[in-house]
Design a protein around this ligand. Structure first.
Ligand code: GLP
Length: 259
């Protein structure tokens, strides 16, 4: 794992933006896995302002609420449209999200995995982290080799996400999410986490034991996981001085191109 600690949430978003921009510039046909939530908002704003060419880029989102249609304002379809897709020249036919209204979720989930394979796999998967350590909507006890499927949200996640729906009772119970196995197959995983409320989940994921009780800890098995944090989200890490030293002393060929 590469742990990058930045002074503020805005700086962490800028670092993540540089990593994704560099991928789009060096591989204009890249396949990028995208995430939702409050955390990537600064990142998407920066990416949108960058004016890069997205015409050859393919995207796959991590998850969607079951029973929530694309036109629903709280759907992840609507979120992505509002916060990224309408600001860049991505081709609609290259944009993929699970369909929350699918009449046959099992077939739909298999087909989603097939589409990722047919696209050549995901070059970079962006991730957030839930306060319980979930990635995508892989809640604690998710199989570490799971594929895209239906999951049931925990009470904690429904509480955390109630702010988007107005009230907790309106938050769906079920979702479709890429599995942890799906995420582990991406060529790079980029987890962005900011804020004090993520510090415990981040500590478990980075320095804790590999356990399905903290699904993000599965990234310890990933061949190239980058964990991009602000100071608050990094505040519970024991070895943060070491991570800082490593980052500051990267050999030139490993440096992330500046903006
Ligand atoms: C949701 C999403 C996750 C996201 C998490 C954290 O549950 N399914 O992909 O990482 O929330 O969200 P936030 O960034 O709003 O804290």
């Amino acid at each position: 794992m590469e742990i990058i600690i930045q002074p503020s949430a805005e700086d962490a978003a800028e670092m993540a933006e540089r990593i994704i921009s560099n991928l789009i510039i060096t591989n204009p046909q890249a396949v990028i896995g995208l995430a939702t939530g409050s955390t990537p908002l600064h990142l998407y704003r920066r990416l949108a302002a960058k004016g890069l060419d997205w015409s050859g880029i393919t995207t796959f989102n991590l998850d969607e609420y079951l029973g929530v249609g694309a036109e629903h304002p709280q759907s992840y379809h609507a979120f992505m449209q509002e916060n990224l897709f309408r600001h860049v020249n991505v081709d609609a036919k290259n944009v993929h999200l699970p369909d929350g209204m699918t009449p046959d979720p099992e077939t739909h989930c298999h087909a989603y995995e097939e589409k990722i394979r047919a696209a050549g796999g995901i070059d970079l998967q962006l991730l957030g982290i839930g306060t319980d350590g979930h990635i995508g909507f892989n809640e604690p006890t998710s199989s570490l080799s799971s594929r895209t499927r239906i999951k049931t949200l925990t009470a904690r996640t429904r509480r955390d996400n109630a702010r988007f729906f107005g009230s907790e009772k309106d938050v769906p119970f079920h979702v479709i999410t890429m599995g942890i196995g799906t995420i582990l197959e991406s060529r790079t995983a980029l987890l962005l986490a900011t804020g004090e409320n993520k510090a415990e989940a981040v500590e478990g994921a980075v320095e804790g034991a590999l356990t399905s009780m903290n699904p993000a800890s599965a990234l310890q098995l990933h061949r190239r996981a980058i964990i991009c944090l602000d100071e608050a989200a990094a505040s519970k890490l024991q070895r943060r001085d070491y991570y800082r030293w490593v980052f500051e002393n990267k050999p030139p060929w490993q440096k992330i191109p500046p903006n």
